[in-house]
Design a protein around this ligand. Structure first.
Ligand SMILES: [Zn+2]
Ligand SMILES: [Zn+2]
Length: 344
């Protein structure tokens, strides 16, 4: 089968690999119908996340069950399914609390041996462990473009606002209008936010935010703090979502949040940083950080997407054949697309 493999910084290759085989009794083999290229794949592409050369990458997928182990109870051969971007064991202490994103034995698709040694989804076939928990049936009539988002990008945007405790009537600021930021804006509006101020510098992304019902705010040509104040009688945002993941964006989120508001850092931070911790303390802010618990949210996200209340389809900017993945990565790296869907 064809598979997209990481080779070295700036290089991926489409290679022939043996098809995967069932191992554990709760494994499933999926024939992949569509897989997404994601911002986190670019971290791998640039060598910032260590992945072994020759490892198959990709973690967003929709497909059909080709084979299922005998302990797979919730799915059958022939079912059309979508996956979450990682697996969870369902029995460790974190899973028993419902914190699937912190599973002690969790494995992330397509991220090399340091994140569970699980081959990726940008391939014609995929081995899915813990399939009872990792996979869901695609609701009747849902396109793969939409379903693809449930187990990663939309689940992450949804997590940002739900985990922040956003309430109907809230004002939300979203920093960074990549796919996750745009999905967070949609999730906030679907959850009853009265307004979402969406901050970025890239015009097409601001235009997309406006199309989705948010108020676009240009990071440098406007003053986000003034815009948020003006929209909230000087109070500030109930929830400020940082979908960038940098010290600068987190600092701005702290300044945009109201007193006793919440800052939700959903971007991937690393290392150490200087932060206005005194201001955060003075404001009495809640900080909610970390990767999204997509397994916990996936059924509600699918329900909202099936009802049309969340619709990520405008974010899909291109479809390309899996065989042209090398070009697809170059296009994605130039930020010419919000989401590229690869089809075998
Ligand atoms: Zn992703
Ligand atoms: Zn677990």
């Amino acid at each position: 089968m064809k598979a997209v493999t990481f080779q070295g910084a700036g290089e991926v290759r489409v290679e022939e690999k043996p098809a995967p085989e069932l191992g554990a009794a709760d494994d499933v083999i999926v024939r992949v119908e569509a897989s997404g290229i994601c911002g986190s794949d670019l971290h791998i592409y640039h060598g910032r996340v260590p992945v072994e050369p020759g490892f198959t990458i990709g973690h967003e997928f929709v497909g059909t069950v080709l084979a299922a182990g005998e302990e797979v109870e919730r799915l059958a051969v022939g079912d059309r399914v979508l996956g979450c971007f990682h697996t969870a064991c369902a029995t460790c202490s974190a899973c028993l609390r419902g914190d699937y994103h912190r599973c002690r034995k969790g494995r992330t698709f397509g991220h090399g041996s340091h994140l569970g040694d699980l081959q990726g989804a940008q391939a014609e076939q995929l081995l899915v462990p813990r399939a009872n928990l990792t996979l869901r049936r695609v609701p009747e009539g849902m396109s793969s473009d939409v379903a693809l988002f449930a187990g990663d990008v939309m689940g992450t945007g949804f997590h940002a606002v739900v985990n922040a405790g956003m309430k109907p009537g809230d004002t939300v600021a979203v920093l960074g209008l990549g796919p996750v930021g745009l999905c967070a804006a949609q999730a906030a509006l679907a959850g009853g936010a009265v307004r979402v101020l969406a901050v970025d510098t890239v015009e097409p992304r601001l235009a997309m935010a406006a199309e989705l019902g948010a108020t676009p705010v240009h990071l440098t040509e406007q003053d986000p703090k003034r815009e948020v104040r003006a929209a909230t009688d000087g109070e500030g945002a109930d929830v400020a979502v940082d979908a960038v993941g940098s010290p600068e964006s987190l600092t701005l989120a702290v300044s945009l949040a109201r007193d006793a508001g919440t800052v939700a850092g959903i971007g991937a931070y690393s290392g150490r940083a200087e932060l206005p911790i005194g201001l955060a303390w003075l404001k009495g802010l809640q900080l909610r950080l970390g990767q999204a618990n997509v397994i916990a949210h996936v059924d509600r996200v699918l329900g909202l997407m099936a009802a049309g209340k969340l619709d990520p389809s405008p974010l899909v900017s291109a479809h390309m054949p899996l065989a042209e993945a090398e070009e697809a990565y170059r296009v994605y790296d130039r930020r010419e697309a919000l989401k590229i869907v690869l089809t075998p």
